[in-house]
Write a protein that binds this ligand. Structure first.
Ligand code: FAD
Length: 671
C-alpha cells in the first residue's frame, strides 16, 4: 500500500480522562493494583495530550486487557464496564476501560500479543458509528489505512492483536449492528485475531441483555483458552466506598454509642421526686467497663426549651431549613455535625438551658430589636449586681433571659454568634451502679432527676439530662404521660437515630476501684445517689461470696431523707446481705425521720472504733456523692477518728488521711 504518514489520520485520544470517566476507571481497578492510584494523574496527562498511546498506557499501569467502547447513550460504556469488572473478578485480568476516542490507534500494530483488546461498539442511527468512534471507524475502514510501523492493510499489520467484539444495535434499522460488523471485518482483514464470535445485541427486539449474556460465556471460554486464563471464584470488589451515616466505634467522648435502654424504673416511693434506675445494654458495641467507671449520657434538650429558643431568635418558621455550618477560618472547628437544621442544632448540640453569662448577654446588645431593649442589655452587661438580680437569681436560660427583657424577637442575632457564644451540649457523667463482673454488657445508672426551684426564682430549673432520661423511662414503661413536666422530648433523636428507647453514651474509665483482693475490708460512704458505685461494689462482692470466695468486711454508710421514701436499693441490699452474711454491714442515716437531722458523717463518728479497726486492717475508704459539703465533712471526720482512736494530735489524723489519699486507700468519686 501507498503510505504517507502525513496523511494518516492520527486519531484520538487517550485514557480515561473526564471526571465521570475517572469514576468508571476506579470501578474496576483492582484495589491493590499499585498503579490504580496513579490512574487519575495519568488520565489528566492523557487529556492534556501527553498519553494517547494505549500500548504505553497499559504497560505503565500494568494492564493486560483494554475494553474500548464506542457509546452514544452510555449503554455500550456500561457493558464495557461490566466486562472489565467480570474479567478482573473472574479471570484475574488487569482490565481498564477506555473511551475509544481517547487513544491513538495507528500503533495498534504494536499491541502486545499477550494482551487483549475488547471493542464494545454501538451502532448509531443509520449504521453510523457513535460520535466518539467516528475517527476510529474512518481510520480502520479507510482506503489508506497504515500503521506506525509503516505496514498497510495488505501486510496484516495487526497480526499481534487479539480482540473481542460486541456490538449494540437495533434490528429495526436497515444497517443492523453495522458498526461492529464493519470493524470486525476490518480488523480481521488487517490480520488481527478475534477471540470468540463477534456478539450482537438487539435493542429492537428488546433482547440486548440476553444477547449479551448468551454471547459472553462462550467468549470468556475462548478467551481463557487463548490467554491461558484460570477462572477463579469471583471476588467482589466494591466500586464505591459507602460510609455509614451512623457513627461507628471506637466509641469515645467524640463518638457516642447509641445504646438501647433495656430496663428502667423509679427508685423513690414519693411522687414529687424521681430517681431513676436504668439498664443500658452495651453488648456488641465494643464498649467495656469496669466496676467503678463512669458512663456519659448525651442528652437532648427539652422540646419546650427548643421552641422557646427558636422563637426568641426568630427561627421558629425556618426551624427545619437545612443549614450548612462551615468555619470561615480553616482553624475554626464546627461543633455541630453539618448539614443540619436550626431545630436539630439547638435540640441536640447547643447548651441552651444553662445559666447565662453576662458577657454573652452583652454581645447581644448590638442585635437588640429596639433601643429600649438594647439599653436594658447594656445595663445588664455593665452592672453585675443588676444582672444577678434580674437574670442569675431567676435561673433564666438565654431565651428566658431575653424574654424577660422584651417580648420582641431577636431576629438580627446571627446564628453564628449563638453557636460561638453558647457551649456545645455536654454529656453528663454517671457513676456506674453495676458490677462488670456480674453484668459485663449491661451498665446500670442511678440518677436523681434534677428539678429545683432556687429561692427567689420564679420557675423550676429542670436538669437537661435527667429529665430527658425520665421521659425515656416513662416511654419505656408505657406511661401515658411520657413528658411528665410537659417538656416534650424528641425521643427518636436526629434522623430517628435513637428510635426505640436508645440513648447516646460513652464510657469513661476511672480510678475508683475495689481492691483486687476481695478479702480486704472496705468502707464506703455514699449518701443519696452517691450510693451508685457502691451498689456495683456490693453486687460484685455478693457474687464473689455466692461463689464461695472469701470476702472482707464491706461497710456502707448510706444516707437519705426517709427510710420508706428514698432508701435506694433497700430490697436489693437485703438479697446481698443473704449472700454475704456478716461481711456486709449497712449503716443508715435518715435526715428527716427524727427531730434532728442525721447525716452519714454523724454515723461515721458514732462508729469510730469500727472504722478505725478496719483501717488498721488496711481497709480502703471510699466516698461518693456531693462534693461541696458531704465529701469535705467526711474527710474531716475521718481525720478526727484516726487521731482520736490512735491517741494522736488532730493534725496527725489529717495527715494520715492525706497519706491515704496519695497511696490510693482513700478514694473519692464526687460531683
Ligand atoms: P443540668 O441541666 O446539668 O443542671 C444541673 C444543675 O445546674 C441544676 O440542677 C441547677 O442547679 C443548675 N442549673 C441548670 N440550669 C440552670 C439555669 N438556667 N440557671 C441556674 N441554674 C441552673 N448524678 C446522679 O444522679 N447519679 C450519679 O451516679 C452521678 N454520678 C456522677 C459522677 C460524676 C463523675 C459526675 C461529674 C457527676 C455525676 N452525677 C451523678 C451528676 C450528673 O452528672 C449530672 O450533673 C446531674 O444528673 C444533673 O444533670 P442534668 O443534665 O439533669 O442537669
Amino acid at each position: 500500500a501507498q503510505l504517507d504518514t502525513l496523511d494518516l489520520v492520527v486519531l484520538v485520544a487517550l485514557l480515561v480522562g473526564s471526571i465521570a470517566y475517572f469514576t468508571k476507571g476506579t470501578y474496576w481497578a483492582v484495589p491493590k493494583d499499585p498503579y490504580a492510584s496513579s490512574a487519575a494523574a495519568m488520565n489528566g496527562a492523557a487529556k492534556s495530550g501527553k498519553t494517547r498511546d494505549i500500548v504505553e498506557k497499559m504497560d505503565e499501569t500494568g494492564k493486560n486487557c483494554v475494553i474500548f467502547y464506542g457509546s452514544q447513550t452510555g449503554t455500550a460504556e456500561d457493558y464495557a464496564s461490566r466486562l472489565a469488572k467480570e474479567g478482573s473478578q473472574r479471570f484475574g485480568l488487569k482490565t481498564m476501560v477506555a473511551d475509544i476516542e481517547d487513544y491513538d490507534y495507528e500503533n495498534l500494530d504494536k499491541f502486545p500479543e499477550d494482551k487483549i483488546a475488547f471493542f464494545v461498539l454501538a451502532t448509531y442511527g443509520e449504521g453510523e458509528p457513535t460520535d466518539n468512534a467516528v475517527e476510529f471507524y474512518q481510520f480502520l475502514t479507510g482506503e489508506d489505512v497504515a500503521f506506525e510501523s509503516g505496514a498497510g492493510a495488505d501486510d496484516s499489520p495487526l497480526s499481534s492483536l487479539k480482540y473481542v467484539a460486541f456490538g449494540l444495535g437495533n434490528n429495526t434499522y436497515e444497517h443492523y449492528n453495522a458498526m461492529v460488523r464493519h470493524v470486525d471485518a476490518a480488523l480481521t482483514k488487517l490480520g488481527a485475531q478475534r477471540i470468540g464470535s463477534a456478539g450482537e445485541g438487539d435493542d429492537g427486539a428488546g433482547t440486548m441483555e440476553e444477547d449479551f449474556l448468551a454471547w459472553k460465556e462462550p467468549m470468556w471460554a475462548a478467551l481463557s483458552d487463548a490467554m491461558g486464563l484460570q477462572e477463579r471464584e469471583a471476588v467482589y470488589e466494591p466500586v464505591f466506598s459507602v460510609a455509614e451515616d451512623e457513627p461507628k466505634g471506637p466509641y469515645s467522648a467524640h463518638n457516642p454509642y447509641i445504646a438501647p435502654i433495656v430496663e428502667s424504673h423509679e427508685l423513690f416511693t414519693v411522687k414529687d421526686r424521681n430517681c431513676l434506675h436504668m439498664e443500658i445494654n452495651i453488648a456488641g458495641s465494643n464498649l467495656s467497663y469496669q466496676t467503678g467507671d463512669h458512663i456519659a449520657i448525651w442528652p437532648t434538650n427539652a422540646g419546650v426549651e427548643v421552641d422557646r429558643f427558636l422563637q426568641v431568635f426568630g427561627l421558629g418558621d425556618k426551624r427545619d431549613s437545612v443549614i450548612n455550618i462551615k468555619g470561615i477560618d480553616v482553624t475554626a472547628k464546627v461543633p455541630i455535625p453539618t448539614p443540619t437544621t436550626y431545630d436539630a442544632a439547638v435540640r441536640y448540640y447547643m447548651e441552651v438551658c444553662a445559666p447565662v453569662s453576662r458577657q454573652f448577654v452583652s454581645t447581644l446588645a448590638a442585635f437588640a430589636p429596639d433601643e429600649a431593649s438594647k439599653a436594658e442589655i447594656v445595663r445588664l452587661g455593665n452592672d453585675k449586681d443588676y444582672f444577678h438580680e434580674k437574670i442569675t437569681n431567676q435561673c433564666y436560660n438565654i431565651a428566658q433571659a431575653l424574654q424577660s427583657i422584651t417580648s420582641k424577637q431577636f431576629t438580627a442575632v446571627p446564628f453564628s454568634l449563638l453557636i460561638e457564644g453558647l457551649n456545645k451540649l455536654q454529656p453528663r457523667y454517671y457513676s456506674i451502679s453495676s458490677s462488670s463482673l456480674v453484668q459485663k454488657d449491661k451498665i446500670s445508672i442511678t440518677a436523681v432527676v434534677e428539678s429545683v426551684r432556687l429561692p427567689g426564682a420564679s420557675h423550676m430549673v429542670k436538669g437537661v439530662t435527667t429529665n430527658y432520661l425520665l421521659a425515656l423511662k416513662q416511654k419505656q414503661n408505657g406511661d401515658p404521660s411520657p413528658d411528665p413536666h410537659g417538656l416534650t422530648y424528641s425521643i427518636t433523636g436526629p434522623r430517628n437515630k435513637y428510635d426505640g428507647i436508645h440513648v447516646p453514651v460513652h464510657v469513661r474509665h476511672s480510678n475508683f476501684k475495689l481492691p483486687s483482693d476481695p478479702s480486704k475490708p472496705i468502707i464506703m460512704v455514699g449518701p443519696g445517689t452517691g450510693v451508685a458505685p457502691f451498689r456495683g461494689f456490693i453486687q460484685e462482692r455478693a457474687a464473689l461470696a455466692a461463689k464461695g470466695e472469701k470476702v472482707g468486711t464491706t461497710l456502707l454508710f448510706f444516707g437519705c431523707r426517709k427510710r420508706d421514701e428514698d432508701f435506694l436499693y433497700q430490697d436489693e441490699f437485703k438479697t446481698f446481705q443473704e449472700q454475704m452474711g456478716d461481711s456486709l454491714k449497712i449503716i443508715t442515716a435518715f435526715s428527716r425521720e427524727g427531730s434532728e437531722k442525721v447525716y452519714v458523717q454523724h454515723r461515721l463518728k458514732e462508729n469510730a472504733s469500727l472504722v478505725s479497726d478496719l483501717l488498721k486492717q488496711k481497709a480502703n475508704f471510699y466516698v461518693c456523692g456531693d462534693a461541696a459539703n458531704m465529701a469535705r465533712e467526711v474527710n474531716l471526720v475521718l481525720g478526727h477518728i484516726i487521731a482520736e482512736q490512735r491517741g494522736m494530735p488532730a493534725e496527725r489524723g489529717e495527715e494520715m488521711v492525706k497519706h491515704m489519699r496519695s497511696s490510693g486507700s482513700y478514694q473519692e468519686d464526687v460531683w
